[in-house]
Structure formats: C-alpha cells, structure tokens
Design a protein around this ligand. Structure first.
Ligand code: ZN
Length: 178
C-alpha cells in the first residue's frame, strides 16, 4: 500500500524498519493466525510502529499473550508504552485490540462503523472483547474515524468491510503534508 522505494534505516533493531514516503515503519511483531483442531483459534496480530516527526503510532496492539513481547520490542528501541502518541486499530477483534489499555496517553483511532458494530455484538458469542470494547467506547481519547478520515499525518483510513463490518485499511499519501 505504501508503494515507494524503500531504504533500510541505520541503527534499527534486527533491520526490521524501513523508510517510505516520510514515515519510518517498523514491524514489532509479525502476525500469525493460529488455529487448532481441538482448541479453537488463537490469533496474533501484526503490530507495526510508524514514526513521523515527534509522533509515534502503533497499528494494532495485539492480545494478552503479546504484552511482554510488545513492551520488550518497544524497550529495544528505547521506547515505553507511554511514548506512543497514536494507536490505529484496524478492527476490534481481541487479537488486534485488547492491548489498547497499555497506551493511556495515546489517541486511539478506531472506525466509527467498527466501534458501533462491536458495541452491539452479543456478549459471550464472538471474538470481540466485550469489556475492552465497552471501555474503548467510553475512553476520552478514542476517536471514531469516518471512512476516508486522516488517522496520522498523511495517512487515511478506509472502510474495508468483510473480515468485520467496519474493518479499516490505511493508505499513505506521501506527497501530502510530508
Ligand atoms: Zn480479526
């Protein structure tokens, strides 16, 4: 999506970061959709760090099993969870969204359609984390994103229903405001 020439950023951890269009993108955790015949599903979302100026965004934030790893990956880059200024949630499933509570200083961007849908899901029947979503709806720094809304400098979010009714994909606009 951020189609442009990429370059490695010196000094990054494990060579995981690259620069594109005015942002530095660093994959902290690579996602994996686990599924067991006898134990149901277990998802690990990808978690990506985007730097732009003094802003630090995470795209998705994982589930409980991610917590130690996520904090360690941030620490390896000299960062703490409180340094994150923006959290962009692609959707509200537990494996992508539960850890929003680790980032109390961050503005949390979530699709308006997604949040409304998630808040209406029946408790106990889906992989929407009911209590975390309820609190997300009440959190003062939660920002409901309309289709096409800007979620980070030069990055817009677009409704891509399918996996969930309000799932968002992000698109970078390298020539605007960068
Ligand atoms: Zn999902």
């Amino acid at each position: 999506m951020l189609a442009a020439m990429t370059q490695q950023i010196p000094g990054t951890v494990n060579g995981s970061a690259f620069a594109v269009g005015g942002w530095e993108i660093d994959i902290l955790v690579t996602g994996f959709p686990g599924k067991s015949v006898r134990h149901g599903s277990l998802g690990w979302s990808t978690i990506a760090l985007i730097r732009h100026g003094d802003r630090l965004a995470l795209v998705d934030c994982g589930a409980f099993g991610h917590r130690k790893l996520l904090v360690a990956e941030l620490a390896a880059r000299g960062l703490r969870p409180s340094d994150i200024t923006d959290l962009l949630l692609t959707h509200t499933h537990y494996d992508h969204a539960v850890n929003w509570v680790l980032f109390p200083r961050a503005r949390v961007a979530v699709g308006a359609v997604e949040l409304d849908w998630a808040l209406g899901e029946p408790w106990g029947e889906t992989v929407v984390p009911e209590l975390y979503v309820r609190e997300l709806g009440l959190f003062p720094k939660t920002e409901r994103i309309a289709d096409g809304g800007e979620v980070f400098p030069g990055i817009t979010a677009h409704l891509a229903p399918g996996h969930t009714p309000g799932c968002l994909v992000c698109q970078g606009h390298p020539t605007s405001r960068l």
